[in-house]
Design a protein around this ligand. Structure first.
Ligand code: M6R
Length: 609
């Protein structure tokens, strides 16, 4: 999604802004731009495509000078991918430059109003309307003009604004789209993501909805849009530079797949008291009483996070015996859901900023649900808006394809299941057994990663096929969905995931000679049924790739290729079964020559509904 970086201080800021943009590239974008204020004059540069194109442009024009500036990576929503539509946008009256993440929903009405006042627009964006509106309302005070303009807009925004008439002022604001103010030594760096800030400072103020910050070289103040002062909450960013650099890996996705064992050890650290069969979740302990009364759990998220939520649904019903349902956040919000007393909503999200998930969470809270967050990014909107939560602690995930976050989500959901189950039907021994299995997962993932080159070889033989099926049952039906999502989003191969039994109700018609059908066929309650489904596909010429349990000879005779995973209790098997699927998707994308970390049309964090 779009990215913002802005600077005010004493350094020449072009390079710093460019570096900030590069650290935001992973979020997904299609054009970039920058504005710097020097000696009361604004200079701008914009380019379609990569940040490298903006860099070239800057070199061609001899660079921009100045110590106050802002920059942006745009992911098109209103208007095509063109230079005029790229940010920053300017007004035509007082020399405003503005960058914006989000969507101004009432931009059309505001545009008509501004056109009637004689303003002439150069782009098709909603953002330019906001720049013009601030210019129109400017009466010698940028902060006040921004506040006044924001009182007129509906929608979501994170903005940074500068004005030729105020060379010592940067104004930033947020509603519904993340933004933080990094506090450096005699300088301030604003970013829509900690990655843009961390090279300069670990101290930051995450803005809350409707917060406006006026930043000068000597300090800052925060208010709401009605100019009521707001006390800033300074936090320490838990991120170090190494975590957001590639090191010896070719891509962030590859790095993050290989980081999974370490990430999972981190997720588990200090949370399992195995001998007592007790899970210690500091973040939710204070809601103990309310959670004991929980009668129903709604798990919600989008994409990979939804797949984790679906496995959470199986875990909670099967083990903790709590009625549970997993649902697309985007659907939950708009279908007038019934939220009964003692319902707990669990919002699952890597970024903690997904607009659909945030909106569903707000809806559920509004209807009286107790809310828990299963989130990776500390201090993110979802983590702040839930009653309590459990962080994934898997470290920053940069690759657009979510991998280690999925592993962390499953681990947290398993712990949450034990936590809730222990209050109901799970005995201490049963909990302890599951916890012992959980503790062994990181080593088992390590073992799967050792077969990386074999998985690459298998993928080589399939990569030219344009249609794949991913099939699984029970706990591994969502794993099949996840395998298909991974493949399609980075390799652009069409893939469908579904319950293995569903195939014969229609999709079986698709099967032709050599069509790859990836079965998750590990040992479990439905093993025999999955074997029958494999036979059905094989009989129609499909090529069978099976993810199976080590030592399974039967599958070796049946499948064309087998990718083995270590033995594990069925409820935790998705944590292993997904790893070969992640690696297959990764290799398929590399073999097809795609930009794995920046797949076309996609954004890391989808902050618009
Ligand atoms: O940050 P979130 O976990 O809320 O993101 C949800 C989805 O947008 C995300 O999982 C998406 O589907 C990934 N690209 C999948 O790899």
């Amino acid at each position: 999604m779009c990215g913002i970086v802005a600077y005010i201080g004493s350094k020449q800021c072009q390079q710093l802004l460019l570096e900030g943009l590069k650290r935001l590239e992973y979020r997904g974008y299609d054009s970039a731009g920058m504005a710097i204020l020097d000696a009361g004059r604004l200079d701008l540069a914009k380019a379609v495509g990569k940040v490298a194109n903006l860099e070239d442009k800057l070199e061609t024009i001899g660079g921009l000078r100045g110590t106050l500036g802002l920059a942006h990576t745009r992911w098109a929503t209103h208007g095509g991918v063109t230079e005029p539509n790229a940010h920053p946008h300017t007004d035509d009256k007082v020399g405003i430059a503005l960058v914006h993440n989000g969507i101004i929903e009432n931009y059309a009405a505001l545009k008509t109003y501004l056109e009637e006042k004689g303003h002439v627009f150069k782009s098709q964006t909603d953002t330019e309307v906001l720049a013009m509106l601030i210019g129109e309302l400017y009466e010698g005070d940028l902060e006040k003009a921004v506040q006044a303009a924001l009182r007129e807009v509906t929608g979501a925004y994170a903005i940074a604004v500068i004005c030729e008439k105020e060379p010592d002022t940067l104004v930033v604001a947020r509603k519904g789209s993340p933004l933080m103010l990094g506090i450096g030594n005699g300088e301030f760096i604003v970013g829509s993501d900690p990655a843009a800030i961390i090279a300069h400072t670990a101290q930051a103020v995450p803005l809350d909805d409707y917060n406006v910050a006026k930043v000068t070289r000597s300090g800052f103040r925060t208010t709401d849009i009605h100019d009521v002062p707001v006390t800033p909450k300074v936090m320490q960013l838990e991120l170090d530079l190494e975590q957001i650099e590639l090191g010896s890996f070719a891509h962030f996705m590859q790095k993050e797949i290989f980081e999974q064992p370490k990430a999972l050890r981190n997720t588990l650290r200090g949370r399992l008291e195995t001998r007592e069969g007790r899970v210690v979740l500091g973040g939710v302990a204070r809601l103990d009483k309310e959670l004991t009364k929980a009668r129903r759990v709604i798990l919600t998220g989008q994409g990979t996070a939804l797949h984790a939520a679906m496995i959470g649904e199986y875990l909670m019903e099967d083990l903790a015996k709590i009625p549970a349902v997993a649902e697309y956040a985007s659907e939950f919000r708009y279908r007038n859901p019934i939220v009964e007393e003692n319902t707990v909503v669990v919002a699952v999200s890597q970024s903690g900023e997904t607009a659909d998930t945030l909106a569903a969470l707000r809806e559920a809270r509004e209807r009286g649900a107790l809310s828990l967050g299963v989130v990776n990014v500390v201090g993110s909107s979802i983590s702040r808006e839930t009653d309590a939560g459990v962080y994934l602690r898997v470290g920053p995930e940069i690759g657009v394809a979510s991998t280690k976050a999925f592993a962390g989500q499953l681990t947290v959901l398993a712990m949450l299941t034990i936590y809730l189950g222990r209050k109901r039907f799970m005995s201490a021994d049963q909990c302890a057994d599951l916890m012992r299995e959980l503790e062994r997962v990181p080593d088992k993932v390590d073992r799967i990663l050792e077969s990386d080159q074999r998985i690459r070889k298998v993928t080589e033989g399939l990569v030219d096929r344009e249609n794949w099926l991913f099939l699984g049952r029970g706990y591994n039906y969502p794993t099949a969905l996840e395998g298909a999502l991974k493949l399609k989003e980075i390799s652009y191969i069409h893939a469908e995931g579904m319950p293995a039994a569903e195939m014969k109700h229609g999709p079986i018609a698709l099967i032709n000679d050599g069509m790859p059908a990836v079965f998750i066929a590990n040992k479990g309650r439905q093993y025999d049924k999955v074997m029958s489904n494999i036979q059905e596909v094989k009989a129609r010429g499909g090529r069978i790739i099976a993810v199976a349990t080590e030592g399974d000879d039967q599958i070796t005779r049946l499948a064309d290729d087998v990718l083995f995973i270590p033995e594990i209790t069925e409820p935790l098997s998705p944590m292993l079964a997904v790893v070969p699927l992640q690696l297959m998707a990764y290799h398929a994308a590399v073999l097809r020559g795609h930009d794995v970390d920046k797949p076309r049309n996609l954004a890391k964090s989808v902050t618009v509904e």
